[in-house]
Ligand binder design. Structure first.
Ligand SMILES: C[S@@+](CC[C@H](N)C(=O)[O-])C[C@H]1O[C@@H](n2cnc3c(N)ncnc32)[C@H](O)[C@@H]1O
Length: 294
């Protein structure tokens, strides 16, 4: 059992709530693009299908599709089965999938998990496990098949340590910033500034990449902390995603970037500015890519 399965089992109630929140966000978030992009495929695999929300959304857009959902989380698959979900459902690790042929493979918010929970510590938070996922796609897809990805984006190196200043509407929440600094291992082998400069009046100066990952954890609240602290949402930069797909035999057709809705979720909890006090522009959080197997 890997760390992700362990966390989901130990914390079953939280995991259910977490999936519910993910589900609620689909209509407003970039996830809403994926069903539209999946209109063409016949045999479609949703990897890390969780609550099945995307499968239902794809079925609505593409009634002819033969849909399969796969998830490492047994509870998620069992509850989809128990609810009579009209899809083929597989419980297991995508990287160990042994059979099946698909025209379209969808990865919504899962590739960063595959990297973040890689059992080999030296490969964790690297591109390696994402390459493994693309290699698996090559096995289960014919040329011309489509990969759809929605995932986090790493800030470009030249911007990642640019300073930003955060203050909390509840001053005691600054404790979460320090907890994150202590607990988050996702930047260990990177040249990312993890320093927190206490400016003395409830404001804290941090680097842009550090802040972005902190906000991913903070947005989900204390109940998801154990899980979120294990994950780095931004594994690859925009260019990194395109290169990783290219070297694994996929040609990227479209790239869409989004700042997601973090600003909306966070505006009543934090104030963020640039170091000079000017308004902060949230960095791109999410990227959506469509790529075709050569
Ligand atoms: C962040 S959730 C995303 C759920 C859904 N795709 C969405 O967009 O709302 C990631 C899901 O991927 C699953 N997952 C993570 N690693 C996996 C793997 N190696 N194989 C299959 N599923 C995996 C998790 O159990 C979880 O349900």
């Amino acid at each position: 059992m890997n760390r992700l399965e362990e966390l989901s089992r130990q914390n079953r109630e939280n995991y259910e709530r977490y999936l519910k929140r993910m589900t609620e966000s689909i209509r407003n978030s970039t996830k809403g693009f994926l069903p539209i992009m999946a209109r063409q495929g016949k045999r479609i695999l949703d990897v890390g299908c969780g609550s099945g929300v995307l499968l239902y959304a794809i079925a609505a857009e593409n009634p002819e599709a033969e849909l399969t959902g796969l998830d490492l989380n047994e509870e998620a698959i069992n509850s989809l089965r128990a609810s009579g979900a009209p899809f083929d459902l597989i419980h297991g690790d995508f990287l160990k999938l042994a059979e099946g042929k698909y025209d379209t493979v969808v990865f919504s918010s899962i590739l960063h998990e595959i990297s973040s929970y890689c059992p080999e510590e030296s490969r964790r938070f690297t591109e390696g496990p994402i390459d493994d996922a693309f290699a698996k796609c090559r096995e289960i897809m014919e040329p011309g098949g489509t990969i759809l990805i929605r995932d986090g984006m790493l800030t470009d190196p030249e911007e990642q340590n640019a300073p930003a200043v955060i203050s909390f509407k509840k001053p005691e929440d600054s404790e979460w910033l320090y907890r994150f600094q202590k607990d988050f291992r996702g930047f260990d082998n990177m040249d990312v500034c993890r320093e927190i400069r206490d400016l003395g009046d409830g404001r804290y100066q941090v680097g842009r990449s550090f802040l972005k990952e902190f906000l991913c954890t903070y947005t989900w609240g204390p109940e998801s902390y154990e899980r979120e602290i294990c994950e780095r949402f931004g594994i690859l930069t925009e260019r990194g995603w395109v290169q990783a797909l290219g070297k694994n035999g996929f040609s990227v057709e479209t790239v869409t970037k989004s700042r997601e809705e973090y600003e909306k979720f966070l505006s009543d909890r934090v104030v963020i500015t640039n170091a000079d006090g000017t308004p902060y522009e949230y960095p791109y959080m999410t990227v959506i890519l469509k790529a075709v197997k050569r």
